[in-house]
Design a protein around this ligand. Structure first.
Ligand SMILES: NC(=O)c1ccc[n+]([C@@H]2O[C@H](COP(=O)([O-])OP(=O)(O)OC[C@H]3O[C@@H](n4cnc5c(N)ncnc54)[C@H](OP(=O)(O)O)[C@@H]3O)[C@@H](O)[C@H]2O)c1
Length: 349
C-alpha cells in the first residue's frame, strides 16, 4: 500500500506537539474523491486548536487545518461531477451544503473531524468545489478561500447584502479582514481598514488602496474617526474581529440599520473601562444588525470561487512555508506572532 505524510496532534499543548506519520494513502469510496493537496492555508483557529484554546470540542489525535487547495487524483465509481486533474477546494464543513450548520463544529475539518494537513486526503464529492479553469490565483490563494474567504463572503453577502457605494470597515490586517477588503472593493464599496501598526497600514495602502486607514492604537476612538470619514452617517458593514473588546466602538461606528458581523474574539475587555458594554441598548439605539457567523456553507464557497475567478481577484499571502515538520511548526509560530498581513500558507509537495 503506498504511503504519504500526515501530521497529527496526539496532544495539544503547543505547536511543537505536531507529529509526522507515514500512513496508507486513503482509497475513495463510491461517492468520494482522492485529492493531492497542493497548498494549505492556516487560520487563527488552527493556532487556538493546537494549544487547546479553541472554545469548542476537538477530535482526538486530530489531523489539523481546514483549508486545502489541490488536484483530484482519483474519483469513486459514483462520482459524476469531478474528474482526475480537476483543481479543487475542500469545504470547511463537510456536512453543510446551504444555510446554518445543523451540527456546528462536529463536522468541521481540522476540528470536530480530521483536517487537511496531509499529502493526500479523501473527501465526499459533496464537500469539494471545483476551481474554474480561468482562475488566476495560486494554490495558496485558492486555499485561503475555504475559511476566511467564505467567512468574508458570508459577512458581506450572506444576509444584508453589501450594496455598491456603501462603506465597509475591516478590523485589523489579518486573513479574514484582508480577504473582506478585496471582496468589498470589488463590489464597489468605500473601504476603511484599522490596524495596530502604521507599517502594516502602509503596506495595505500600497497593495490594496483602501479608501481610509485608521491606527486603532493611536486613535482609540476609531469609531469617531470612521463616522467623520463617512460624513457623519456611519459605516454600513463592520467585520468584527475583536469581539467583546471592540464591539462598543463598532456599535458607535455603525450606521443606523447597518450590519456588524461577529466573526472573531481576539480583543479582551479593557479593565480600565470598568464596565461591559450594554450591547442590546447600543444595538437597538442604532437599529443595528449583529450577526454571528461560523464560516459558511458549500454554496457560498461555490459563489465565492465563481466571483473571484471571473473578477481575477488576487489575495494577500504573507508567507509560504514548506511541508517538513519544522516548517509547519514555524508556520504556526508565524501566525501566532501576528506580524503577518493577510495569510500564512503551507506548500505541499
Ligand atoms: N466566525 C468565523 O466564521 C471565523 C472565521 C475566521 C476567523 N474567525 C476568527 O476571527 C479572528 C481573526 O481570524 P484571522 O484568521 O483573520 O486572524 P489573523 O490572520 O491572525 O488576524 C488577526 C488580526 O486581528 C487584528 N486584531 C487583533 N486585535 C484587534 C483589535 N483589538 N482590533 C482590531 N483588530 C485586531 C490584528 O490586526 P493588526 O495586526 O493589523 O492590528 C491581527 O493581525 C479570530 O478570532 C478567529 O478565530 C472566525
Amino acid at each position: 500500500m503506498p504511503q504519504h505524510t500526515v501530521f497529527r496532534f496526539p496532544t495539544r499543548t503547543a505547536f511543537e506537539d505536531l507529529t509526522s506519520y507515514q500512513e496508507d494513502i486513503p482509497t475513495p469510496s463510491a461517492h468520494e474523491v482522492l485529492i493531492k493537496v497542493r497548498a494549505i492555508s492556516l487560520n487563527s483557529r488552527d493556532c487556538q486548536i493546537a494549544t487547546s484554546q479553541y472554545p469548542f470540542p476537538i477530535k482526538e489525535n486530530l489531523i489539523p487545518a481546514s483549508d486545502a487547495a489541490g488536484e483530484i487524483i482519483q474519483v469513486g465509481d459514483g462520482v459524476v461531477d469531478f474528474s482526475k486533474g480537476d483543481r479543487v477546494l475542500t469545504c470547511f464543513d463537510l456536512n453543510r451544503l446551504y444555510g446554518p450548520s445543523k451540527h456546528p463544529v462536529a463536522t468541521q475539518a481540522g476540528g470536530g473531524l480530521d483536517g487537511v494537513m496531509a499529502q493526500f486526503i479523501v473527501r465526499p464529492a459533496s464537500a469539494v468545489v471545483k476551481v474554474p479553469a480561468e482562475a488566476p490565483q495560486s494554490f495558496s490563494e485558492l486555499a485561503t478561500l475555504v475559511c476566511t474567504g467564505v467567512t468574508a463572503w458570508n459577512a458581506l453577502f450572506g444576509n444584508t447584502q453589501l450594496v455598491p457605494g456603501q462603506t465597509v470597515l475591516v478590523q485589523g490586517t489579518g486573513g479574514t479582514s484582508m480577504t473582506a477588503l478585496v471582496l468589498a472593493k470589488a463590489a464597489g464599496a468605500t473601504t476603511i481598514v484599522t490596524s495596530s501598526s502604521d507599517e502594516k497600514l502602509r503596506m495595505v495602502k500600497d497593495k490594496f488602496n483602501p479608501d481610509h486607514c485608521i491606527n486603532y492604537k493611536t486613535t482609540p476612538d476609531w469609531a469617531a474617526e470612521a463616522t467623520k470619514l463617512t460624513g457623519g452617517k456611519g459605516v454600513d458593514h463592520i467585520i468584527e474581529i475583536g469581539g467583546i473588546g471592540t464591539i462598543e466602538q463598532s456599535l458607535a461606528a455603525i450606521a443606523r440599520g447597518g450590519t456588524i458581523t461577529i466573526i472573531g474574539y481576539l480583543a479582551k475587555l479593557d479593565p480600565a473601562q470598568g464596565h461591559a458594554p450594554d450591547i442590546p441598548v447600543l444595538a437597538l439605539g442604532k437599529e443595528a444588525i449583529l450577526r454571528g457567523i461560523q464560516v459558511g456553507p458549500r454554496c457560498m464557497l461555490e459563489d465565492l470561487v465563481t466571483f473571484v475567478s471571473r473578477r481575477k481577484l488576487r489575495f494577500q499571502i504573507d508567507r509560504e512555508f514548506g511541508f517538513g515538520r519544522e516548517d509547519v511548526v514555524a508556520a504556526y509560530r508565524a501566525l501566532a506572532e501576528g506580524r503577518h498581513v493577510g495569510k500564512i500558507c503551507i506548500l505541499v509537495d
